[in-house]
Design a protein around this ligand. Structure first.
Ligand code: AMP
Ligand code: TRP
Length: 332
């Protein structure tokens, strides 16, 4: 059976980008057609300046939102990365396979480290090695497919390269994974800045729709979205990124195709109104279920405990095999 693995970082509140680009597909499709594991990758949240209490809180919230979005523990495994030692254990071996140059070429590293240096801050070493830990997340489970948004394509490519290199050097150990992307909304853009990704790490955001935003807040954010200088509703990511983004969000929420939808609107105002309604409707059941789950934290904890147990059992043999293959003496 196909094995699927993906994860979400608890560095901020989950956004509409996370939902349309990744989580909704995990719930609607992936968990039903494969042996799937979904992970709150908390170790990755420590690569930038962080507040321990906030990471703890956001990890719990992310797990709750994954379940609220429809991940069903009877169909898939939901767990927290730091509860399973195999990730860190394998990461070190992969650091011995990856190169320094390869790490420095990662787009996210270049962008984030430049931003940090501009602020006069220091760059954590873990920010550089982060894609190796991500490769370990993926390879430890013999993963075939990694459903992610576009921004993660380069990292999955690295995981592939490391798997192939390890296998060539030390004998076949890892399945070589591949990224899968959603048909639309693989890169939801910031509503105020439609040439940048809608990312959750920026703290305040009139251009970011969070999964737990109240309906009136969502409406306000969408109605104030930056559109383009023209007046016609056309789907053109280059020339009109603001309108294209709204059309993609609408298509992702309600089905349909952004190009075809563009022909049905005479004004930006009418388009925004429909986008606002569609987003509110898509998020309504998620928010409702989130509220119910918050009233039952013991259930969420239980899911995570059982998920970690299952994940550990799945990862252990592959990671042990890698330890033996690379030349480490078995513990006996
Ligand atoms: P992250 O928030 O970086 O942990 O991302 C979790 C998942 O959501 C990854 O698969 C990302 O590719 C996806 N994702 C994050 N932001 C967006 C976005 N703006 N559009 C589409 N997918 C996204
Ligand atoms: N780096 C991913 C992100 O920022 C999160 C992530 C960590 C991940 N490990 C993963 C995604 C393994 C897929 C598979 O979105």
């Amino acid at each position: 059976m196909t094995r699927i693995f993906s994860g979400v970082k608890p560095t901020g509140h989950l956004t509409l980008g996370n939902y349309l680009g990744a989580v909704r597909r995990w719930a609607d499709v992936d968990q039903r057609r494969a042996d799937a594991l979904f992970c709150v990758v908390d170790l990755h949240a420590l690569t930038v300046d962080h507040d321990p209490a906030r990471v703890r809180r956001l990890s719990r919230q992310a797990a709750t939102l994954l379940l609220a979005s429809g991940l069903d523990p009877r169909l898939c495994t939901v767990f927290v990365q730091s509860h399973v030692d195999e990730h860190a254990r394998l990461s070190y071996l992969l650091e011995c396979v990856a190169t320094d140059g390869e790490m420095r070429r990662m787009i996210q590293y270049k962008e984030k480290s430049a931003r940090e240096r501009e602020r006069g801050g220091s760059v954590r070493l873990s920010l550089l090695t982060y894609p190796v830990l991500m490769a370990a997340d993926i390879l430890a489970y013999g993963t075939d497919e990694v459903p992610v948004g576009d921004d993660q394509a380069q990292h999955v490519e690295l995981a592939r390269d490391l798997a192939v290199r390890f296998n060539q050097r030390y004998g076949h150990t890892f399945v070589v994974p591949r990224a899968t992307r959603p048909a639309v909304a693989a890169r939801v853009m910031n509503l105020q800045e439609p040439t940048s990704k809608m990312g959750k790490s920026e703290d305040v955001g009139p251009g970011i729709v969070y999964l737990l935003d109240e309906p009136d807040v969502i409406r306000k954010k969408v109605m104030r979205a930056v559109t383009d200088s023209g007046r016609d509703v056309v789907y053109d990511r280059e020339a009109g990124p603001g309108v294209a983004n709204l059309l993609e969000i609408l298509a992702a929420c309600g089905g349909g195709d952004p190009e075809a939808l563009s022909g049905t609107y005479a004004s930006y105002g009418a388009l925004k109104k429909d986008v606002a309604d569609a987003v509110v409707e898509v998020l309504r059941p998620v928010q409702q279920r989130h509220k119910e789950l918050c009233a039952d934290p013991a259930y969420v904890e239980d899911v995570l405990r059982q998920g970690a147990e299952k994940a550990r059992k799945t990862a252990r043999p592959t990671v042990d095999e890698a330890y033996a293959a690379i030349g480490l003496l078995p513990a006996g």
